[in-house]
Design a protein around this ligand. Sequence first.
Ligand code: HEM
Length: 389
Amino acid sequence: MLHIIMENLIIDNWNRVDAISFYTYQSIHNPLVYSKQHSMWVANSYACCKSILSSEYARVPRPGIPESGTLNEEALLMLNNLARISNGDQHYHARMAVRLLYDCIKAVSIGPIMDSLLATVNNHAEFDWVAVIGKQLPVVSILKGLSFSDEDCGWVVKNMPALIKIMLPQKTKQDIEDINEVIPRYYQLSSRYIHKHTITDQLLKCDATISRSEASGLLICNLLGLFIQSYDACRALLTIAATTLARLKTERVSIKADNAFFQKLIDELLRIDPPVHNTRRIASHDLQVDDKVIKEGDAILVVLGAANMDYMVFDSPERFDIERGNNSAHLTFGLGGHACIAKHFCRDMAVQTSRYIVDRFGEINIHQQNISYESQLNVKMAKRLMVGL
Ligand code: HEM
């Protein structure tokens, strides 16, 4: 299997892949390489990934916008306003909106949310962790942290599978129908929320170059961005945390009931088994990286997962070692102008969730031999994970 993917230069299927060995090899032998098969550069070493992510000449690509007239007005507004997929001035304004929104999220205690999610499960001895916890806990925590009503919370959580379709690089006719149905309702719901708060005034105070309606548009759209990021990437992190807790138990590793232990555990997990594996860029000028020139217009895959396995930065990178000292130097949350704004939120959620499991149930058992993954390649998301508590 390793032999096949190495020829491919990138992982193009999560099932039965030994990502740790693959990335360790790639970060040493292919720090920056052009893949003819995929018509793009692939950056694997820590230094090359860092240099590309820090460059003002590496722009984020935008998802495909279907033919005019097919997406409705609110959906198009989302695509034009989301920080994650914008560049230049547009990104500057959007990122400011994201920061303000993020600062409004009050810390919520995971315990009561976990209690109520687990109360919906008939049998704790066997249930799907991805559906019950992964797809709900992060989004509910943000909604509760922003004081959304239970009814609005319920609507957002239920409709996340349709709302995230806005980010699909290519959208089918069915995707477009789903997007057009849910986005206007989301828009209404979140604009009610945004208009109740002083956050639009705060954004206008920080950024006097935009109008009031542009400011509230940015906030409404980027609030959805927060839900999308938490639905995908945090789900993946919580699944990895659950499988690791189960593995440590079977390997009889002693689990200390203190936050410092769990923080080190989650940092090492984020490095060695990252939820987000790569991100993309397009060179907007010729770009000198290492000893190569990436030409203007070339596409680049920045493989964060491989950078995390670079032996120049992490000693014996393939070894799972929560005491290595620099494990939080991983690039899992990106770097530079587009770096994730929520890394503390995510780390804290994974720490609290792991502690909740250990304190309340002692252990988590995995009831599945093989895990199969969604076809999405930037985030490694299990389709389901049958567990018992
Ligand atoms: C473990 C979970 C998460 C991981 C590993 C992760 C990772 C990342 C990465 C790698 C990027 C940078 C992408 C790039 O440079 O192209 C990013 C961007 C971003 N993330 Fe996260 N993320 C996670 C969860 C979240 C959550 C929960 C939120 C919101 C509450 C969030 C909000 C954002 C936003 C808004 C951006 C775009 C920033 C910008 O473009 O200026 N992320 N994330």
